[in-house]
Design a protein around this ligand. Sequence first.
Ligand code: XBP
Ligand code: MG
Length: 228
Amino acid sequence: MVLDRSTILFDVDGTIAETEGDGHLPAFNEAFQEFDLPWRWNTQAYGELLSITGGFERMLAYAQRVGADWVHTESGQKKVRSIHQRKNALYAQRLESGLIAPRAGFVALVQKLHAQGKTWGVVTTTSAANWQALWQHAITRSTQLPEPAVIICGEDVARKKPDPEAYVLALNRLGIAAADAIAIEDSRNGLLAAQAAGIDTVVVRSRFFGHQEFPEARLVVNELSDLL
Ligand code: XBP
Ligand code: MG
């Protein structure tokens, strides 16, 4: 049994659900349109931009790339914040309309961990509102699940993944050692964050990162159902 620790910490985007391609990406493009920005991200461009964790930070990095110097002014920063908030609202709407479901095996895996007396938690660099929307509209829409014992989101940390801060905070809040936990991640940034916190990591291949190599992972699987 590879999940042989007392606590299993799940990444969100790409791991619990394929939220990027069907959720965040179209929501970003809709928000850009609403704000009369000429930016449009296709799947390939978004795949590259995903190396920058955090939607706000991703937009700033893109602005830099296309020479949109206005983002450096105070009003520019405010505008990017507003676009990000609108993106998250559009993302929540997509979840509400049932566009995204948890990945195969997620619900059964949490139920199994709970039945084994294990703890589960969430360690993500997405916004807290996005996690809440996923929990409410996708995960618990038709199933009852035990609540995660810890939830760390983007707002809880000063430095997003690949920095270990989110994982270190989760361990501290739970009062456990790194050796008591296993992380499940889908991206290299997530894997590096968990590893830097001393946590052994299982990688589940996802749409945007599935082609990458993960030599530091304890195990790489195609689906969460492979962990049942
Ligand atoms: C993935 C991310 C997130 C989402 C967008 O986080 O980098 O930034 O792409 O979310 P993880 P926000 O895989 O750690 O869950 O726009 O709310 O930042
Ligand atoms: Mg992820």
